[in-house]
Design a protein around this ligand. Structure first.
Ligand SMILES: Cc1cc2nc3c(=O)[nH]c(=O)nc-3n(C[C@H](O)[C@H](O)[C@H](O)COP(=O)(O)OP(=O)(O)OC[C@H]3O[C@@H](n4cnc5c(N)ncnc54)[C@H](O)[C@@H]3O)c2cc1C
Length: 428
């Protein structure tokens, strides 16, 4: 007989939810997390869309360490000297079904783990699972330090840096254009200063994404999220672009922080946290098999993450995948069949949910970004030049707008512009 019904590897977003569902179903479940405490090594931007968390923990808002409810959205085309921004606010952002919050993982992940523990999951922290135990090709447990621990089913929720997915289901290592490197700093400032600068109340916050200058024209972007008394600021750059870049990613972040559009936001603040992490960007076509004999993959261990340019989403996908993994594993345990066939309901559940539906809808977007360098290299400056024609007045007679603006668009190339717009629309 196995030591546990289920073992969950990793306690980021997917792991604790999978464990919570298993414990709720009356199954014995052990979570093994390599960090000395949950969240110790985890990074997100981090803006959490709460719809999937609400499904599992409807009362989450009463106790979860949320930072600020996001009510102000900004997307900027950032060039060397200019910044062209679209801003969006809507009362609907306060409706429960659309709510999103800034979170800090060092606070959020321990809370998530505590929910699983309260439901009955056992936890071991501070030990990494080094390998899987297999019998006749079937996963039957894990090797963690000195301990060999067995289970009827193992859920891999060990994130994008997984060392186990290859052995579990033959998942290939991600290609350099399927992952990005994210570097982030948390900058402390008084809550009221943050509210004033982001134009929000003290409970509410802003999400701000930037394209162009933050990655020095490479694929990726910059982000700013306002927390209660800190600001999260970072840069995410695709690994394949970074390989040939003369500027290392940490320098990109330093340059981004000094941009005139960004510097006033964090002026006078103290950097209290610095982190870096990979993020999966390959989309639907980079998904590995999600199920093997005795094993399931949930969250970024299975490349579940969406960078749609205007939003970065991994946490809501991981939470939903964890929920389905936990429920499918519990059902397979009850049915007495944890083979790949017995666990196949997991893939079906994900295909029916927003997780794989959204990833499928946006499957062309990673390739669109990769093959449209103008998005990051020339369009931000072009937008700035158009804005100059609108807003810079020096007393000389103005030219008709069409005569002032059309040459700027012509310089970029009408055909290229139209083609990029069309391909962008198709990819979305
Ligand atoms: C810079 C950056 C910005 C991002 N911004 C956002 C955002 O704004 N919104 C959003 O939704 N998503 C964002 N993401 C993505 C999001 O953080 C991830 O998609 C999400 O954390 C994935 O959850 P997960 O549970 O699959 O993996 P993780 O949260 O990475 O958790 C994996 C866990 O497994 C543990 N682990 C790993 N290996 C082992 C092992 N061998 N043994 C034991 N434990 C192990 C790790 O310590 C970790 O706790 C961002 C990511 C980055 C890097």
């Amino acid at each position: 007989m196995a030591d546990f019904d289920a073992i969950v590897v990793g306690s980021g977003c997917a792991g604790p939810i999978a464990a919570l569902e298993l414990a709720r179903a009356g199954k014995s479940v052990l979570v093994i997390e390599r960090g000395n405490y949950c969240g110790a090594k985890n990074v997100s931007g981090g803006r959490l869309y709460t719809h999937s968390l609400r499904r599992v923990l409807p009362g989450f808002a009463g106790s979860a360490p949320l930072e600020r409810r996001i009510v102000r959205e900004r997307i900027s085309l950032l060039a060397e000297t200019s910044n062209t921004t679209i801003e969006f606010t809507d009362a609907a952002m306060r409706q429960p079904e659309f709510e999103s919050y800034s979170v800090l993982r060092a606070r959020f992940d321990p809370w998530l783990a505590a929910q699983a523990e309260e439901a009955g999951a056992e936890y071991i922290n501070g030990i990494a699972v080094e390998s899987l135990i297999k019998q006749d090709g079937r996963v039957t447990g894990v090797q963690a330090g000195e301990d060999a621990i067995t289970a009827e089913v193992v859920i891999l929720a060990d994130g994008v840096n997984t060392l186990l997915a290859g052995d579990a289901v033959g998942a290939p290592a991600p290609l350099p254009d399927q992952v990005a490197v994210g570097v982030k700093q948390v900058v402390a400032l008084p809550a009221s200063v943050i509210s004033d600068r982001a134009l929000t109340s003290d409970d509410e916050g802003a999400a701000w994404l930037f394209v162009g200058e933050p990655t020095h024209g490479g694929v990726g972007g910059g982000f700013v999220y306002t927390n209660r008394d800190t600001i999260s600021i970072g840069v995410v750059a695709t690994l394949s672009d970074l390989v040939g870049s003369p500027t290392p990613v940490y320098q990109m972040l330093e340059d981004f922080k000094e941009h005139p559009a960004v510097a006033p936001l964090i002026a006078g603040g103290e950097v209290v946290e610095h982190s870096g992490h990979l993020v999966a960007e390959g989309g639907y076509d980079s998904l590995p098999p999600l199920v093997g004999d005795g094993v399931l993959l949930a969250g970024e261990s299975a490349m579940m993450c969406i960078n749609a340019g205007y939003t970065v989403r991994g946490m809501d996908l991981a939470i939903a995948a964890g929920m389905h993994a936990g429920r499918s594993a519990a059902a397979a345990l009850t049915a007495g069949d944890t083979s790949a066939q017995g666990l196949a309901g997991y893939r079906r559940a994900l295909e029916d949910s927003f997780v794989l539906k959204d990833m499928r809808t946006l499957r062309r977007f990673p390739a669109f970004m990769e093959h449209t360098p103008r998005l990051f290299q020339s369009y931000p400056a072009m937008a700035g030049r158009v804005m100059q024609k609108l807003f810079l007045l020096d007393g000389n007679p103005v030219r008709p707008l069409r005569k002032a603006v059309l040459p700027i668009l012509k310089q970029a190339g009408y055909t290229k512009l139209a083609g990029d717009a069309l391909r962008g629309i198709k990819a979305l």
